[in-house]
Design a protein around this ligand. Structure first.
Ligand SMILES: [Zn+2]
Length: 442
C-alpha cells in the first residue's frame, strides 16, 4: 500500500484537469474529490453517481446506458491523515452523453454562479438555465436553478447570522468614513437557555437589538429643505425578520429625502421611542423639532411616543391610510369622494359642507371622522409654515419600495445597499443642480 502512494507522490488540482483521471492522485479532502467528479461529469456529460460514500471511501459508478456502462472509480482515505487518494479505475465509459445529470447539485452550481451573482444579485432564473445550457450543454430544472442562486447569494452576502457578528465593525467604519454622522448599535444580553450554553462552542455573546444610522449628508440636506418628516416602518424579509424604521423628508423638487433609518425588532412603543429620541437629537433637539411637521400612518406605538417626546407638535395622518381604515366600516364611492373633499378643503366652510353631506348619508361615518381632529387630516387646519400641503405619506412609501430588494438581504448588506443608493442619489442631485447653476449664470 505504501508503495502505491510513494510511486505517485504528487498532488493535482483536478478542477483544471477534469478530462483524465490517474490512479494515485491525492486530494486534500473528500469534498475536493467529489467536486472534481462533479466537474468531470458536467464537462463530459457522464451520468455518474456516488455509489458508496462514507468516512473511509467513495465509489463512483456510471449510470449511463441504463446502468450497463461499467466504469467505476474508487477513492479512499489514507489512514491517520486528512488525505484521500484515487486507488482504482475500472472499465472505460461505453455510454453516451446525457443532458440531465443528478450529480450536478445546487451547491456545485451555486459555487459556479458566484461571480455572476456578485455582479448582479437579481440574476434571473431564465438566464441561469440558458447559461448552463450554453456553457455545458446541460439541462437544469427551475427549482435547482433557484436553489443554486440562493447558495450563490449566500456566498456573496455571507450568511445572515455571520453578518450580525460584524455589526460593530460596520458601525465603526461608517463613522470613520462619514464624519459627524450618527450610528448607534444596541444589544441585549445572551438570550438562550441553559441547554444552549451546554452545547459545544456556545459563548455568552450578547444579541443584536437595534441599529440607527443618520448620515451627516442627510442631516445637512434636511436643514435646507421643507420641515416635513414622514415616519414609517416596513418589514425586513430576511431570515431573522425585524423592521426598518425610516424618517423621510421632502426636497425642494418635491422628491424624497431620506434622513435617518433604523433596524429594530418590531414597531413597538419602545423601538419608536428609541428611534425618535436619536432623530430629535440629530435634528436640532426638541425645541427645534417642535416646529417640524410629522406625517405618519398612525402606527402602533408611534402616537403615544410622539405625545411624550414632542407634545403638541404638528402631526398629520396619511389620508390614504385613514381612508383604508374608514372604508372597512363605511364603504362606498360617494363616502370616499366626500372624505377626500373634506381632506382637501382649504377653508373651513368647505370642510363643514363636506362633513354635513357625509352626515346626511351616514351618521356613523360622520361620527367616525369627527373623532379624528381635523388638524391631522384636513388642509384648512394645516399651518402654512411648512410650505407643504401634502395629505399622504407617499415619500415613506416611495422609500420602502425603493429598498424592496435590499430588505431581503442580510443586515450589513442591506445597510450598505441603502447607503450606496443614498450616495448615488445625492451625486445625481448634485449634477442636476450644477447644470442649473450653469444655466442661471448664462
Ligand atoms: Zn459511462
Amino acid at each position: 500500500m505504501v508503495g502505491v502512494s510513494l510511486s505517485l507522490p504528487h498532488l493535482r488540482n483536478l478542477k483544471t484537469c477534469v478530462t483524465e483521471w490517474e490512479v494515485g492522485t491525492y486530494f486534500v479532502s473528500k469534498k475536493e474529490f467529489q467536486d472534481a467528479v462533479r466537474t468531470f461529469a458536467v464537462h463530459s456529460g457522464r451520468n455518474l453517481k456516488f455509489d458508496k460514500n462514507d468516512k473511509r471511501r467513495v465509489k463512483v459508478i456510471c449510470r449511463g446506458k441504463k446502468g450497463s456502462c461499467e466504469s467505476q472509480m474508487h477513492c479512499v482515505k489514507i489512514p491517520g491523515e486528512e488525505t484521500w487518494q484515487l486507488r482504482r479505475i475500472k472499465g472505460k465509459h461505453t455510454c453516451s452523453r446525457e443532458y440531465k445529470l443528478r450529480i450536478m447539485n445546487s451547491d456545485w452550481l451555486g459555487d459556479k454562479l458566484h461571480s455572476r451573482v456578485k455582479k448582479n444579485s437579481n440574476l434571473q432564473l431564465k438566464t441561469i438555465v440558458t447559461r448552463v445550457h450554453e456553457k455545458w450543454n446541460m439541462g437544469v430544472c427551475w427549482s435547482k436553478a433557484y436553489r443554486a442562486r440562493g447558495k450563490a447569494i449566500d456566498l456573496v452576502d455571507g450568511s445572515f447570522r455571520e453578518q450580525y457578528t460584524r455589526i460593530y465593525d460596520y458601525a465603526h467604519e461608517l463613522l470613520r468614513s462619514n464624519k459627524e454622522s450618527t450610528v448607534c448599535v444596541t444589544n441585549k444580553p445572551f438570550q438562550g437557555n441553559e441547554a444552549d450554553l451546554e452545547a459545544l462552542g456556545a459563548v455568552f455573546c450578547p444579541h443584536f437589538e437595534r441599529l440607527y444610522i443618520c448620515f451627516k449628508g442627510c442631516k445637512d440636506s434636511f436643514f435646507n429643505c421643507r420641515s416635513v418628516i414622514g415616519l414609517d416602518g416596513c418589514f425586513l424579509k430576511g431570515y431573522y425578520g425585524g423592521m426598518l424604521l425610516a424618517a423621510i423628508g421632502r426636497d425642494p423638487n418635491d422628491q424624497m429625502l431620506p434622513i435617518a433609518y433604523a433596524v429594530v425588532e418590531g414597531e413597538t412603543k419602545e423601538s419608536w421611542n428609541w428611534f425618535l429620541e436619536l432623530l430629535i437629537a440629530d435634528l436640532g433637539g426638541p425645541r427645534l423639532c417642535k416646529t417640524y411637521t410629522f406625517i405618519s400612518d398612525q402606527q402602533k406605538g408611534l402616537l403615544p411616543t410622539m405625545d411624550e417626546l414632542l407634545p403638541d407638535v404638528d402631526q398629520r395622518f396619511c389620508v390614504r391610510h385613514l381612508y383604508n381604515n374608514f372604508r372597512k366600516k363605511h364603504p362606498g364611492k360617494k363616502l370616499k369622494e366626500l372624505m377626500w373633499r373634506a381632506a382637501k378643503a382649504t377653508y373651513e366652510n368647505a370642510f363643514i359642507d363636506a362633513m354635513k353631506e357625509i352626515k346626511d348619508i351616514r351618521e356613523g361615518a360622520y361620527e367616525y371622522l369627527k373623532n379624528i381632529h381635523a388638524k391631522h387630516w384636513s388642509k384648512h387646519k394645516f399651518t402654512g409654515d411648512q410650505k407643504c400641503d401634502t395629505l399622504v405619506n407617499n415619500m415613506s412609501e416611495t422609500f420602502n419600495s425603493t429598498i424592496i430588494i435590499a430588505r431581503g438581504k442580510p443586515v450589513v448588506t442591506m445597510c450598505e445597499d441603502i447607503r450606496v443608493y443614498l450616495m448615488e442619489r445625492w451625486e445625481a442631485n448634485r449634477q442636476k443642480a450644477a447644470i442649473l447653476v450653469v444655466i442661471l449664470i448664462l
